[in-house]
Design a protein around this ligand. Structure first.
Ligand code: SF4
Ligand code: SF4
Ligand code: SF4
Length: 332
């Protein structure tokens, strides 16, 4: 672990001798259609078991609910009425008024008709590990099971993880989870055929998105981005993606969608910015994302300073007590 907070290149910070350009995602939720192809592609490529019995939650067209040990991409479905849409636009206007970065599109005229209705909309968003610049999961892991790759991403080595779960508490986004279910059932493919019970891989160890480390080592695109039919998930060099994302926000603002905003692109935030950045159409909380994520180790220098001051104070008090005690003894 090198620098604990603030802007940095995580790959050079991890002392890679041959760092590669930082890789990441730009997930543009404004063009997600909620098809869940990304969820399925991730499960297929990584041999992750299904979560539950594929029942809808009852609150939306969602059956997984959140990221987890076996769901490394999760597509949220959020239903909004006209009032909520207007509130989102208002809060977006306030951000622009506060000087949030936005790039105006070029001289070409733009269609300023918002592409959604004013009365109703679905927000669909494919969430994933953020591959943080300062990754709480990695910083607190006691075994070194989590490591920073040469692409600046964060990967768990299942054979080194001892299942202690410290990383689960260290992640400010609630992404990483220990896989604690030992078997799963597959439905019978024919009537009368018994269900099969299959051993789940990596039982009892922490699990999360690897940003398809195995694929990007071979120069391939991660499975989720490769399969997304609308290009809502874009993969590439982190700096290029941030530039694309800023331009896209500017285009949406020009179309009247002032609610468009970026999440994770600010390197001055509590995690030094993220490798996975998102274009959202409402406040982060609406998508279940923390509005102000902070890596737990960011406070370590301040805590050490305070502990040092407290230790000096205790030593001074002990010395004073000793000297005072000796003086009292002499008087007796
Ligand atoms: S989002 Fe959580 S699990 Fe992913 S790199 Fe950041 S701290 Fe680790
Ligand atoms: S990058 Fe790979 S591991 Fe991560 S969500 Fe996409 S398909 Fe899954
Ligand atoms: S594959 Fe693309 S369009 Fe489909 S749910 Fe995932 S991000 Fe959305």
């Amino acid at each position: 672990m090198g620098q604990l907070t603030g802007p940095t290149n995580p790959t050079t910070d991890a002392n890679w001798a041959d760092p590669q350009p930082r890789k990441g995602f730009f997930t543009d939720t404004s063009i997600c259609i909620g098809c869940k192809a990304c969820e399925v592609a991730c499960k297929e490529w990584n041999h992750n078991p299904r979560d539950g019995d594929l029942q809808l939650l009852g609150s939306s067209y969602d059956n997984t609910g959140s990221l987890g040990a076996s769901t490394w991409r999760h597509v949220a479905f959020i239903e909004q009425d006209g009032d909520r849409i207007e509130q989102a636009r208002e809060s977006g206007r306030a951000l622009v008024g506060l000087g949030m970065p936005a790039v105006r599109s070029s001289a070409a005229p733009v269609d300023t008709t918002p592409p959604d209705t004013a009365e109703f909309r679905w927000l669909m968003s494919s969430d994933v590990c953020k591959h943080c610049t300062h990754a709480g999961c990695l910083d607190v892991c006691p075994t070194g099971a989590l490591f920073r790759t040469e692409f600046g991403t964060v990967v768990i080595q299942a054979d080194v993880c001892n299942g202690c779960g410290t990383c689960v508490a260290g992640c400010p986004f609630g992404v990483v989870e220990r896989r604690d279910d030992g078997t799963y059932s597959t439905h019978a493919s024919r009537p009368g055929q018994p269900e099969a019970h299959t051993e789940v891989p990596n039982h009892n160890v922490a699990q999360k998105c690897t940003l398809c480390y195995d694929r990007i080592l071979e120069g391939q695109t991660p499975a989720c981005a490769q399969t997304c039919p609308t290009t809502s998930i874009k993969y590439g060099d982190h700096d290029d993606l941030v530039a694309q994302a800023r331009q896209r926000v500017g285009e949406l603002h020009a179309q009247g969608m002032t609610e468009a905003r970026l999440y994770g692109a600010n390197e001055l935030d509590g995690v030094g910015g993220t490798g996975s950045i998102f274009l959202l159409l409402d406040e982060p909380e609406v998508y279940g994302l923390p509005p102000d994520p902070r890596v737990p180790t960011a406070d370590l220098p301040r805590m050490f300073n305070r502990a040092g001051i407290a230790a000096v104070g205790m030593l001074a008090a002990a010395a004073l007590s000793f000297l005072t005690g000796r003086g009292t003894g002499r008087r007796r």
